[in-house]
Design a protein around this ligand. Sequence first.
Ligand SMILES: Cc1cc2nc3c(=O)[nH]c(=O)nc-3n(C[C@H](O)[C@H](O)[C@H](O)COP(=O)(O)OP(=O)(O)OC[C@H]3O[C@@H](n4cnc5c(N)ncnc54)[C@H](O)[C@@H]3O)c2cc1C
Length: 320
Amino acid sequence: MSVFIFIDHSEGHVKKASLEALSYGAALAAQLNTTAEGILLGTLATDPADLGKYGIKKVHQAAQESLNALDAQVDARIIADFISASGDSVLVFSHNTTGKAIAPRVAARCKAGLVTGAIALPDTSNGFVVKKTVFSGKAFANISLNTPVKIIALNPNAYAVKEGQGKAEIMPLTASAPTPKVKVVSATAATGHVPLTEAELVVSGGRGLKGPENWGMVEELASLLGAATACSRPVADAHWRPHNEHVGQTGIAIAPNLYIAIGISGAIQHLAGVNRSKVIVVINKDPEAPFFKAADYGIVGDAFEVVPKMISAVKKLKGK
Ligand SMILES: Cc1cc2nc3c(=O)[nH]c(=O)nc-3n(C[C@H](O)[C@H](O)[C@H](O)COP(=O)(O)OP(=O)(O)OC[C@H]3O[C@@H](n4cnc5c(N)ncnc54)[C@H](O)[C@@H]3O)c2cc1C
C-alpha cells in the first residue's frame, strides 16, 4: 500500500497547506512501512524533485501547462484513474478550497472512504482510524476507514511541515485529460499582501471599528506584523471590506498561529471559522464580550486607543 499526496500549487509555488500534507503523508508512509509519493498536475517554478526534502520518494507529474489552471473535474478524473491503477493506497489532500473540490470527486470515482478535516495521523494499531474535527471544531470524531483506497483531507495547520534532505524521482504521469465541462472566462486575483488561507498571522476587524475609514490602523498593524487582514461577516456584508476577508461559519475557516480580533463580539458563527487559531488575542471595550472566553490574551479597551499603541510598540520593537 502506497501513500500518495496531492501537491496543491498556485502561480508555480506549492501551498503551505500542501507542504503540511506532504510531511503528514511521509510520516504516515513511515508508519505503514511504505513509501510516500506526490501527485503533481501542472508545473512548478522550482524543480519538483526538491519536494523530496519533505519525505516523498517520487513525484508523479502530468506536466501539461493546461493543468496549472485548477479544474476540479479534470483533476479528479486524472487522479482517480491514477489511483485506480495503483491498487490499495492512501491518498492525502489538504482540506483547503482545492482539496474540498477534488477529494470528494476522487472518493466517488474510486469508491474510497474519505475523511475530511483530519487533524492527526491515523491510529493503525487496530484498523485505520482517523481523528477529525466536527461541528465547526467544537468536537472530535474518530472515523474508521475500511475501503481499499482511503482518502484523508488534512486540516491546514494541523500538522507541522517537516523539512529534511533528499530528492524525489520524477515519474511522468501520462494522463489523458478529459475535455473540461466548464470554461473559466476570466479570473481576478484577490488583492492583499498575504493570502488569508495561507497566513500564519491574521489581524481581523469587526463592527466595533465603526466604518471602513478606520481600517487604516488594522492594515498598518497587519503590514508591520506581516499578517493578512480579515473581518467579521457584517463588515463584509456592509461592504466595508471585501467578502474574501470574511471569516467564520459562512466565510473562510482559518487556522493561523496568531489571530488578533479587534472590535469583534465573538459570536458562535464567527468563532466557527477561527477557533483553530493557535493563539487568539481579543481587543474589545466590553469586558463581557463572548470572544474573551475563547481568547488566550484579552485587552479590555477602546480599539482606537489600544491599536495605535500596539502599532507604536511593534514599530519600536522593529526599530522603525
Ligand atoms: C447563519 C449565520 C451565519 C453567520 N456566519 C457568520 C460568519 O461566517 N462570520 C461572522 O463573523 N459572523 C457570522 N454571522 C453573524 C454573527 O452571528 C454575528 O452577528 C457577527 O459575527 C457579529 O459581528 P461583529 O462582532 O463584527 O459585530 P457586533 O456583534 O456588532 O460586535 C461588535 C463588537 O465590537 C465591540 N466594540 C464596539 N466598539 C468598540 C471599540 N471602540 N473598541 C473595541 N471594541 C469595540 C463591541 O463591544 C462588540 O463586542 C452569522 C450569523 C448567522 C445567523
